[in-house]
Design a binder for this molecule. Sequence first.
Ligand SMILES: N[C@@H](CCC(=O)N[C@@H](CS)C(=O)NCC(=O)O)C(=O)O
Length: 317
Amino acid sequence: MIELYKLHWSHYVEKVRWALDFKQLPWRGIDIVAFVKKEMRRFDCAQTVPLIHDTATGVAISDSSPIIRYLEETYPEHSLFPADPAEREQVWQWMLRLDSTLGLHARRLGYTQVIMECPQTLAALFMPRVWGGLFARRGWRTLAPPVIGMMLTLRFHFHRNRHDRVYEQLEDLLIPVAERLEREGFLVGRQFTAADLTLASLLRPLRVVPHFSHHPRLRSLFAWQQRLFDAQGRDVSFPYEDAIRARRERSGTMRGRVRWLRADRAVRSGVGDEVSRQAAGNDIHPVSRWTVLFGLAAYLKLRWFSGVAKMPYAPMA
Ligand SMILES: N[C@@H](CCC(=O)N[C@@H](CS)C(=O)NCC(=O)O)C(=O)O
């Protein structure tokens, strides 16, 4: 039995959940409390989710790509890697590259979208069980979003999205990937691998970010993702997706026009010119009580003056 420590809406967690299902391994999920994580402290590995504990071997391991590699080596049936060693290495490099770029940037922009459009959802995501679910109840729900939003902003630097060129970096990554998939169908070789699974999972938060979900040059990429979801039964919607959709249907608008991006910006094609990686990078910043005041200002700026303007709501094609 594999125990999977998780935040159920995390796209890195979905990546491992999908791999476990694909490999038909028995597993059970254990939800953690995000800001405390005491459920995982007994394990001597990085304290991020996903984290798995294999009760058959005693191994505990975090970081989604090493987890999938461990599962592949320990349980080779229903393989997610090609037989050819050169292609295996290509799959591994894609996984690390996507973890270190798409996964981090999509997380930043997904949470940014939630903060801009329906910050109340943050309480239901992060504090459903804290103090008997108090912060998910009416009234208290209004107190929770600025507090959680401020912590998240400091942890992941949403207020620096423009400065860090997050939208531009994602366009530069995804447009060539979309073109490649239109030609080849898969990231590596002629079969579905852990690289495709990583791409489709980590793309998930961008389904609520109109700049990407409605991007004319990315339509084929989201259609490719949807086909995989349909074929492999992964299309259970995440709670933040439902909340944002409901909000947009009510208001008839969505925050989607990134004011500082020029429509005719030249895309820098980066496919295939990446250096080889040994491990995935992360962008989690420590939050101390001294930075909290700054966090409130950053949260309010993001909420009201993000530079992402309203536009009429249109569902994703
Ligand atoms: N590279 C890691 C990233 C995992 C990660 O950053 N997980 C986040 C949730 S999406 C986390 O555990 N955050 C805990 C925290 O911020 O303390 C992976 O692929 O698993």
